[in-house]
Design a binder for this molecule. Structure first.
Ligand SMILES: NC(=O)c1ccc[n+]([C@@H]2O[C@H](COP(=O)([O-])OP(=O)(O)OC[C@H]3O[C@@H](n4cnc5c(N)ncnc54)[C@H](OP(=O)(O)O)[C@@H]3O)[C@@H](O)[C@H]2O)c1
Length: 291
């Protein structure tokens, strides 16, 4: 059966549908990105998550144009970087990103991060996203790395409720309060580092652990004859999150989408959620400053 037929879809607050599982390309060197995205598309991924800051939008675009996958079946996200915050600069940055990915219309455009030190610029950037949305150049707009206070201020000062808040979520950092706030406001939580990649990148700091090595996760992997990554991705998906794992390995790209033939029980979902340490692997959004 084609993967398109079994991929669960989530519905955003404006009615647009988004695959529950996508493919991220952060830390993908440009030289490896085209092949990785082609491999992902060949394995049935249709949601690709890139960003201006990743420096690989052009390579994502090459993979899209070479893939032969019908544009209507693709869901492409990119993000506005904080150096381009401001109304006019955001509109210019959008045009630059679109030229790189080679698309006329984008599926989802996100503010990559809040800028607490200049929230007026954050709001002005979001207003540019609203303009792009009203013009039909993006099918949905949203944010990333926003906390509850920042979301509340954005909601109070703008007109279009973000469709998505893309945040760090994995079994060791589950963000229950922020996810509940997203849900209450009709905002889909999209999990970045859904299998805890940020904790492996940050392992040298010593204060974060790798959820793929957690004894509960490895025991469930043995029980279901699945891998630790597949267990965690089921946990993501079964909670209604949208997950966007990244890999450059053909084997792991295939592994991460091979998760639609088993179910975790509600008790197992709760047990995994109880692994939360409250320690984030990524930067605290409150500390973000322009470089
Ligand atoms: N909005 C933001 O601020 C933000 C921040 C971070 C990430 N993101 C997005 O979220 C995506 C995913 O996050 P992420 O890349 O940080 O972390 P992740 O997807 O949780 O983990 C990726 C890491 O795990 C490895 N890996 C992948 N599949 C595996 C498997 N089945 N078994 C064992 N290891 C596996 C990858 O290595 P290999 O490549 O060698 O397989 C890579 O080192 C990013 O690519 C990006 O699109 C957004």
């Amino acid at each position: 059966m084609p993967m398109d037929a079994i991929m669960p879809m989530l519905t955003l607050n404006n009615g647009v549908t988004i695959p529950a599982l996508g493919f991220g390309v952060y830390r993908n060197p440009p030289a490896q990105t085209t092949v990785a995205v082609e491999t992902a598309l060949a394995n049935g991924y249709r949601l690709i998550d890139t960003a201006a800051a990743y420096g690989n939008e052009t390579e994502v675009g090459s993979a899209l144009s070479q893939s032969g996958v019908d544009r209507a079946r693709l869901f492409i996200t990119t993000k506005l970087w904080i150096d381009d915050y401001g109304y006019d600069s955001a509109l210019r940055a959008f045009d630059t990103s679109m030229a790189k990915v080679g698309l006329d219309t984008l599926d989802l455009y996100l503010l990559h991060q809040p800028l607490p030190s200049d929230f007026d610029a954050t709001v002005a950037s979001y207003q540019a996203l609203q303009t792009l949305y009203e013009q039909g150049r993006v099918r949905a707009i949203g944010v990333s790395n926003f906390g509850t206070a920042q979301l509340a201020e954005l909601l109070a000062r703008t007109d279009v409720v973000p469709a998505v808040n893309q945040i760090e979520v994995h079994p060791y950092f589950t963000e229950p309060e922020l996810r509940a706030f997203n849900l209450e406001n009709g905002i889909l939580t999209q999990a970045w580092s859904p299998i805890g990649g940020v904790n492996r990148y940050a392992a040298k700091s010593g204060n974060v652990k790798d959820p793929l090595r957690d004894p509960l996760i490895t025991a469930l992997a043995a029980k279901y004859s699945k891998t630790p990554a597949q267990i965690i991705l089921r946990w993501d998906i079964q909670q209604g999150l949208c997950a966007i794992p990244k890999s450059v390995s053909p084997k792991r790209i295939a592994e991460n989408i091979d998760i639609f033939d088993f179910y975790l029980t509600n008790a197992e979902l709760s047990d995994i959620s109880a692994l939360d340490t409250g320690i984030r692997g990524g930067p605290n959004p409150e500390d973000i400053r322009r470089s």
